[in-house]
Design a protein around this ligand. Sequence first.
Ligand code: NAP
Length: 337
Amino acid sequence: MSKYTAKQIHLVSRPSGMPSQENFKLLEVELPVPQQGEVLVKNHYMSVDPYMRGRMRENAVYAEAYALNAVMYGGAVGEVLESADDSLQLGDIVANGAAWQDKFVAKANTMSKLVPFDAKQLSLYLGTLGMPGFTSYVGLLKFGEPKPGETVFVSAASGAVGANVCQIAKLKGCKVIGSVGSDAKAKWLLEECGVDAVINYKTCGDLSKALAAAAPDGVDVYFENVGGDHLQAALNVMNPFGRIAACGMIASYNNAEPAAGPNNLMLIVGKKIRINGFIVFDHDDMREEFLAEMIPWIQDGKIKSRETVVEGIENAVDAFLGLFSGNNFGKMIVKFD
Ligand SMILES: NC(=O)c1ccc[n+]([C@@H]2O[C@H](COP(=O)([O-])OP(=O)(O)OC[C@H]3O[C@@H](n4cnc5c(N)ncnc54)[C@H](OP(=O)(O)O)[C@@H]3O)[C@@H](O)[C@H]2O)c1
């Protein structure tokens, strides 16, 4: 055994409906000494993401289900503490798939060495420069295909994915309308991110009417993060030949039973709307192009990032659960000491 122990969060039962603390267990385990080809890493930050809820189901839809009584996993950024592989040295910063644990031993070739353009912002590699930022870029540009002057509607607009979608769409010359669950989030999008109009879906009353009022020329691209009433409203207001980039439908992730769908799906036919579901992991061919655009946008202050940082692995489950009640403002990050 090495001199290190690790704290890990295991899934111990599969949630039905909204998960609770009882579905998870925090354990402390001894770590082995890294063998040839392996490294021992201390994570600094881990990501909690809505898709992890799907992995807690026995029949996960597109990502493999988490095993019961085993540590969960996901995106994290850490630092090499011990190395038995020539490709990584002590102190190297690595992006890895070993979230939900503060330290771990794994093959060096399962992680990528980062040369952060700003070492103070390592957590950006879990947000704007990481999976959610890349999702925004792929979904909007490849599947939304926005053209200058068009109107883009974004749900969960201040979140990890949504905030980048809004800002990229503005950079591409579009009018952008966001939907969020609080006035503070709306204010940030309007004042800091240059979004043209924001709807607070919790207080606006009829969402279709609010969207129609915010989009007098109709909606050409809908970036779908929420589903349900948001999809219904978008279909009502979309223009002919509109495109929907179907990224996620968080409103339904904790449903124990399937919820009623939108009752206006026939509009897809009449308006000749194209709906593209997509999963970011299928689009690695766009990663280079994404980083080549995104890093300068961040450096030039054209893309702003917000984070909600929760301290300590002990609070990681709460951070995850908070995604479903909008506790995060921007990317939800868990920081380890
Ligand atoms: N297809 C892919 O490859 C891919 C990759 C990454 C993420 N995604 C999807 O993208 C979406 C956004 O993910 P994210 O990581 O950026 O999360 P996020 O937006 O940072 O966090 C989730 C947000 O969703 C909103 N929300 C939660 N429950 C809601 C409900 N019932 N109705 C309306 N809004 C609700 C909350 O914001 P408010 O306070 O505004 O309500 C919350 O802050 C999710 O659907 C996720 O599954 C897909």
